[in-house]
Design a binder for this molecule. Structure first.
Ligand code: ADP
Ligand code: ZN
Ligand code: ZN
Length: 752
């Protein structure tokens, strides 16, 4: 059906216009429109032209035909949403709560096709000797430009055009003449072909395929056997780091390609390292493409276009790579599936793992999740038999699990040790320096130690706009500043407590920077590298620090959680975890899980090769179950205790939880609306009532002068929460709240 009318979603994310609007299709566009296309339409009283997406073509007018407006034009080069993408957007809207346009924009991360940047190169069509002969002949005829180019091509048969027209100063006319003489050829190549650093492309050698172990092979065989029989399901691969998960992924990808299908592989951005990419390039060459946040919009759009055309079989990238428009998707792999970066922080607050599940249902693809420390969600589903669990228990490239020591910091203090380093850690660090082995010191998170408080009265310096404590930052050659991590507010440090006047108002000195300074003091000969948000601001600095450390240009690497991911360092035999329990006090129900993951990963960094590793976990709570299980690398032990707690408290995954965030410019109004909505959420239930927490001011009560109130609802059934969401959405659409908006977050991973 061509249709005379189009139902269109407008590109304005607001509850009031969150429905299709009908337009007439003008004669000129007849037959050219398709579902998913981006169009320009007159909208509102002023008939301002805005963008919209065609959701449906129909012959049925919903209103008086004469009153319908006409579509103005089709957006040139606009990326159109395929039917599958629209279905996925609909699912996202329904399950996470957002406007349709916000959901559409999520599944269409690139709105506009890029103008392709074309790279030209000059290819010699003759051999080196002929080129030299020609060059000499041209010289005799005083055709110096032609002579120059042929000489250069004799040395290097392919030259970038920029070099030829630039440095060699050859005109277009000369090039044409040589082309007509059949001596050269000008080839055009899309400059975005491959976004990987050139060094990788030119340096790679194909190969790198390993003979799989029998455990690895059994996993691949079973998944592929089911795939070929048309069985699609979700698999969880639980395997310690170094157990050979990536080799399993690569073998599966190869077999999926041989079935004529394509693969999306998600890796958290921070683990998307050079080393990993090289492995994939070696194995799959040009059939792989990579996405990351550093790609320009143009490069990204080019990657998507190549995928849509079937020019690549594998796309590797973070969360948004999930929306690669493959026609024949056969497999989605999510590595490090427990990572919090798979959850979107802006509306719609979807989780890539869950969306991948729906995408695979739509596309008839299989889903493989992999992790050394699976999320409670996935392991819970595996325990219930909803997904199939595979395990890889041993490290393959040799290397035993390290010896772990738990050091009680309270004991240290009692024995008169006031240093950040326990006595054992100090001794072991010294040993490493003597032996010429490397150490990594891991501090739980940035900024926790940066806050400034009064030792006399307890006053903490906070941001006047955001209600969070300010962090002390010292920049080289500059006086220190107090900085707000939310809004960037800065102020000079205070010298006297604003509350009691005491002079003892100080920063709690134990950030990565302070640790680096202390190390310099205690180990003057040690070469030290630091990696945290401050030292990795500039492009490539992250990779740079890692490769310096890998090249053994330093003895000790100090850092935040960034250092626990990704790379293998053969010479690292000691890992120190400086304040293991800091993340236990993050104040949300996932704190234990996060702590366990961090400790397990950090500990896993030691002893990756044949050298034996040691790990020191420093803590104020040596008896805490997360710490004990992490020290033993005992995931199951941890899971059993953690799931019992979640079940008791009705936290996900044992139950479901929805956060409702109310944002308001007016403090009082925000509070009133939050109360009204939370009352409304439960009022309809006679029995099996959901549990409500709050409403209350959010932990960060104000950001950029917008007040934040929040309440949480818990229920065993997800659908009940979805129904409540729908009900509240409808209510809000009718209510005339002008200075207030709401956001939903299902199974949140952060507190508000
Ligand atoms: P993971 O992804 O679980 O961390 P990898 O797949 O990266 O594990 O494997 C860890 C190391 O073991 C790598 O150096 C890899 O090349 C090697 N490896 C994996 N599988 C095999 C195998 N079947 N035979 C030999 N080496 C292997
Ligand atoms: Zn004070
Ligand atoms: Zn602020």
């Amino acid at each position: 059906m061509t249709g005379r009318f189009a139902n269109i979603i407008v590109d304005i994310s607001h509850e009031k216009v969150d429905r299709p609007f009908q337009y007439r299709i003008p004669q000129a566009l007849c037959g050219q429109l398709a579902v998913g296309m981006a169009v320009m339409i007159p909208f509102g009283r002023g008939n301002k032209l805005i963008r919209g997406y065609v959701m449906e073509l129909t012959d049925k007018a919903e209103y008086d035909e004469r009153k319908l407006k006409e579509i103005a034009s089709i957006v040139k080069g606009g990326v159109s949403a395929q039917g599958d993408a629209i279905r996925l957007a609909g699912w996202i809207k329904e399950n996470y709560g957002s406007t349709m346009i916000a959901a559409l924009k999520t599944v269409l991360p690139v709105k506009q096709k890029s103008k392709l940047v074309v790279k030209k190169s000059i290819h010699s069509k003759v051999d080196a000797q002929t080129a030299i002969d020609k060059s000499l002949a041209f010289e005799k005829k005083h055709q110096t430009a032609k002579a120059r180019l042929m000489k250069a091509l004799a040395a290097q048969p392919i030259l970038p055009q920029t070099l030829v027209t630039g440095k060699l100063n050859i005109t277009a006319q000369t090039l044409r003449a040589l082309q007509q003489a059949d001596l050269i050829e000008i080839q055009e190549e899309n400059a975005f072909r491959n976004p990987l650093p050139h060094a990788v492309q030119s340096g790679w050698q194909r190969g790198g395929k390993k003979e799989l172990s029998s455990n690895q092979r059994a996993i691949v065989t079973q998944i592929m056997a089911e795939f070929r029989r048309g069985i699609r399901q979700t698999y969880l691969l639980h395997g310690v780091t170094g157990s050979g998960k990536t080799e399993v992924y690569m073998e599966l990808i190869e077999q999926i390609i041989s079935e004529g299908r394509q693969t999306i592989m998600l890796i958290p951005e921070i683990a998307l390292t050079y080393q990993t990419l090289v492995r994939f390039y070696q194995r799959f060459g040009e059939r792989v493409s990579v996405m990351n946040s550093r790609l320009s919009a143009g490069e990204r759009s080019d990657q998507f276009e190549r995928a849509a055309k079937g020019e690549v079989d594998i796309i590797i990238g973070p969360r948004s790579a999930l929306f690669t428009p493959f026609q024949r998707l056969g497999l989605v792999i999510i590595d490090e599936e427990h990572e919090s970066s798979y959850k979107s922080e802006s509306m719609p607050k979807y989780h890539a793992r869950e969306v991948a599940g729906e995408l695979c249902r739509i596309k008839g693809a299989s889903l493989l999740l992999g992790s050394a420390t699976p999320s409670l969600e996935s392991y819970y589903r595996a325990q219930k038999g909803e997904i199939k669990l595979f395990e890889l228990k041993e490290r393959l490239a040799g290397g035993q699990l390290p010896q772990v020591y738990i050091e009680d910091l309270r004991d240290e203090l009692r024995s008169g040790n006031r240093s950040i380093f326990s006595r054992r850690l100090h001794t072991l660090l010294e040993e490493r320096l003597e032996k010429g082995e490397q150490s990594m010191l891991f501090l739980n998170r940035r900024g926790y130690a940066g806050f400034v408080s009064c030792r006399a009265c307890g006053y903490v310096v906070k941001c006047p706009h955001c209600d969070v404590s300010l962090s002390e930052h010292t920049v080289k050659n500059r006086a220190s500043r107090l900085v707000c991590h939310y809004c960037g507010y800065e102020t000079p440090p205070v010298t006297n407590c604003p509350q009691c006047g005491s002079k003892y108002i100080l920063g709690f000195r134990a950030g990565t920077q302070q640790i680096e300074e202390l190390l310099h003091k205690e180990f003057p000969t040690a070469r030290i590298l630091r990696m945290d948000a401050d030292t990795t601001k500039s492009k490539d600095s992250y990779e740079q620090i890692l490769s310096q450390f890998a090249n053994e240009e330093a003895d000790i690497l100090v850092g935040t959680q960034m250092i626990v991911k990704g790379h293998d360092f053969a010479k690292v035999t000691l890992v120190g975890i400086l304040a293991a329990d800091m993340s236990l006090h993050a104040g949300d129900y996932r704190a234990g899980e996060r702590t366990f993951q961090l400790l397990t990963q950090a500990a896993g960094r030691a002893g990756r090769s044949t050298l034996a590793g040691e790990v020191v976990i420093q803590t104020y709570q040596p008896e805490h179950y997360t710490i004990i299980h992490a020290a033993n690398q005992d995931y199951k032990g941890f899971y059993e205790e953690e799931i019992a707690y979640r079940d008791l408290m009705m936290y996900p995954p044992a139950a479901h939880m929805m956060a409702v965030l109310i944002l308001s410019e007016d403090e009082l109004e925000g509070e009133e609306h939050a109360k009204e909505l939370s009352d409304r959420a439960v009022s309809r239930f006679a029995e099996n009532r959901p549990t409500i927490i709050g409403p209350s001011a959010a932990a960060v009560g104000k950001i950029n002068d917008v007040y934040r109130n929040v309440f949480y609802i818990k229920h065993r059934e997800y659908q009940v929460l979805v129904d409540i969401k729908d009900n509240l959405e409808q209510f809000i659409e009718q209510a005339q709240w002008s200075r207030c908006s709401i956001q939903f977050d299902f199974n949140p991973i952060n507190t508000y």
